[in-house]
Ligand binder design. Structure first.
Ligand SMILES: [Zn+2]
Length: 81
């Protein structure tokens, strides 16, 4: 993955680097979580979660790295970072 902003600014390609493999992410209305990888731009620090490969891991009580769940009671997504 290439950071567009940094690559344009630096006039050379800037690749994101793998920050952490196997982060646990909840999102939407899933009760379980998904494993993915966290990538980061070494220059601007923007972060991307990509590489969702596995099926949902159904464990509603699991601690996750990022929680973007849409909870009806709260009415908004919450980021765990
Ligand atoms: Zn960047």
């Amino acid at each position: 993955m290439i950071c567009v902003d940094c690559s344009v600014r630096e006039e050379k390609v800037v690749f994101l680097v793998l920050k952490k493999a196997g982060v646990k992410v909840k999102y939407g209305q899933y009760e379980g979580y998904f494993r993915a990888d966290l990538w980061e731009c070494p220059m601007c620090g923007c972060q991307v979660i990509a590489g969702f490969g596995d099926a949902e891991v159904f464990d509603p009580d699991a601690r996750v790295d990022y929680d973007f769940s849409e909870k009806e009671a709260e009415g908004k997504a919450v980021a765990a970072r």
